[in-house]
Design a protein around this ligand. Structure first.
Ligand SMILES: [Zn+2]
Length: 146
């Protein structure tokens, strides 16, 4: 049987770390009867019993990774549509945003803080929804100044 490297203290092995909840590089700290007994995680520096990575664990880790990816908020169709509007917005046509002004859908506005935006929805007579490069914000319009 072709055996790989003989486990030795100080040698690095990939093992499962319960603290990192991942397969990380470990340094062997204890070898008993030719088998790795204890290891130290290079990432969190935690010393623990050696947990070899078998296929089952690999699959589990891959599944976890996938789930994490799926959790990432994906842009809704509406957001994509709005972002496209923003991309196509012509900064030269932008009007500077004022709370007292009245806007209509697709108006391009320039905000002091948020930059270029496009009015995507009139929510209420006094409230509009505007998409900026960092997201959609509700803004005030038609505010009466005294
Ligand atoms: Zn760790």
């Amino acid at each position: 049987m072709p055996s790989s490297k003989i486990p030795e203290v100080g040698v690095e092995v990939e093992a499962l770390c319960t603290k990192c909840k991942n397969a990380t590089m470990h340094v062997i700290t204890t070898v008993k009867e030719g088998e790795i007994s204890r290891v130290k995680c290079k990432k969190c520096l935690d010393s623990h019993r050696y947990r070899p990575i078998d296929e089952k664990i690999k699959k589990k880790l891959a599944k976890l990774k996938k789930m994490k990816k799926a959790k990432k908020p994906s842009q809704s169709r509406e957001t994509r549509k709005w972002n496209k509007l923003l991309e196509q917005a012509d900064p030269e046509n932008a009007i500077s945003y004022r709370m007292g002004a009245t806007y209509t859908e697709h108006d391009v506005i320039q905000h002091d803080k948020f930059g270029l935006g496009v009015v995507v929805k009139i929510l209420e007579p006094g409230k509009i929804s505007v998409v900026f490069s960092d997201g959609v914000k509700n803004m005030v319009q038609n505010m009466k100044s005294r």
